[in-house]
Design a protein around this ligand. Structure first.
Ligand SMILES: Nc1nc2c(ncn2[C@@H]2O[C@H](COP(=O)(O)OP(=O)(O)OP(=O)(O)O)[C@@H](O)[C@H]2O)c(=O)[nH]1
Ligand SMILES: [Mg+2]
Length: 291
């Protein structure tokens, strides 16, 4: 499945983000703990490479904690200051990481007799929880949040403490999502709008990928008896298992598609990470592209 989606507003958002960089002390990159590889935007990493950076693995409540621990180890070995967070419960823990990254700038200002206000921007692919992080740190609903990509439309500075300001930014993808594996994984976590996707194909791919990493959870949740099935037959099996039948007894595959995507996204299958540290970006094809 080709996903070629880089709407004009994203090119504009990237330009606006680049314009703010000179005013910023720290870049907070937020990715999704279920996809610590594919939900990191290489374009964004390049753009911010000269800044102090921290990496947050958000939605850690939806990811497998043992795999998350492995990822943190890998990132730390690369010298990346990072942390995994359930944003609804632990967002404030990010403050220590931000303080650490801003330490030198704060110290330089102190030597000039100035108490510095640290400015950090929060960036990442769509729907990873950037605005949620800002709301939790601010303590109110100052930034608009929603479970779909593209909720934040423009940059917004928010004062967190007298000496810390964070900038919320629109989610950014990169112009050529030329790695189909990364692209479809981004679609699984709603970083790409469902409207531009073939959701029937996507849900079959998701089922196939889930069978590879969490077969028991798939079997239990979707009542698929034969996990060796591939392609559209998987959706038929979900219809059969879950009783999704239309009048006359035909399978309601549209419903099965929606349920598969919604239930994975909502964590109904349990805590699942789709990428382990040893996985290459495009090296791990677990499904038939023609399915
Ligand atoms: N389970 C869980 N859900 C989260 C977490 N963080 C954010 N969410 C949910 O994820 C969805 C997206 O959150 P947002 O804060 O709007 O994401 P965003 O990165 O600002 O998205 P865009 O502005 O569209 O790029 C919302 O439904 C949040 O409630 C988390 O740590 N765990
Ligand atoms: Mg947002």
């Amino acid at each position: 499945m080709e996903i070629n989606w880089y709407p004009g507003h994203m090119a504009r958002a990237k330009r606006m983000l680049a314009e703010q960089l000179s005013r910023v002390d720290v870049v907070i990159e937020l990715c999704d703990a279920r996809l610590p590889l594919s939900s990191r935007n290489p374009d964004l990493m390049k753009l911010t490479e000269r800044k102090e950076r921290v990496l947050l693995l958000g939605k850690s409540d939806l990811a497998d904690s043992a795999v998350t621990a492995k990822w943190l180890k890998v990132f730390r070995a690369q010298g990346i200051a990072c942390m995994a967070l359930d944003m609804n419960k632990q967002a404030k823990a990010a403050l220590s990481l931000i303080d650490g990254a801003a330490k030198e700038a704060v110290e330089r200002a102190r030597q000039r007799g100035i108490k510095k206000t640290v400015r950090a921007l929060v960036a990442g692919v769509p729907n990873v929880g950037k605005s949620t992080l800002i709301n939790r740190l601010h303590g109110g609903n100052i930034a608009k949040v929603g479970d779909m990509p593209g909720v934040t439309k423009s940059n917004q500075w928010v004062k967190i403490t007298p000496y810390l300001e964070l900038m919320d930014t629109p989610g950014l993808l990169w112009p050529r999502l030329d790695d189909p594996l990364a692209a479809r994984r981004l679609a699984y976590i709603s970083a790409i709008r469902d409207e531009v996707l073939d959701t029937a194909h996507l849900s079959v791919q998701l089922l196939t990928d889930l069978i590879a990493v969490a077969p028991n959870a798939v079997q239990e949740r979707f009542k698929i008896k034969d996990l060796s099935l591939r392609g559209p037959e998987l959706l038929d099996a979900v219809c059969q298992g879950r009783g999704f039948l239309m009048k006359g007894g035909a399978f309601d595959t549209d419903r099965a598609c929606k349920v598969v995507l919604d239930e994975f996204r909502g964590g109904k299958l349990g805590r699942i990470t789709l990428e382990a540290p040893q996985d290459g970006r495009a090296s791990e094809e677990t499904y038939d592209e023609q399915a």
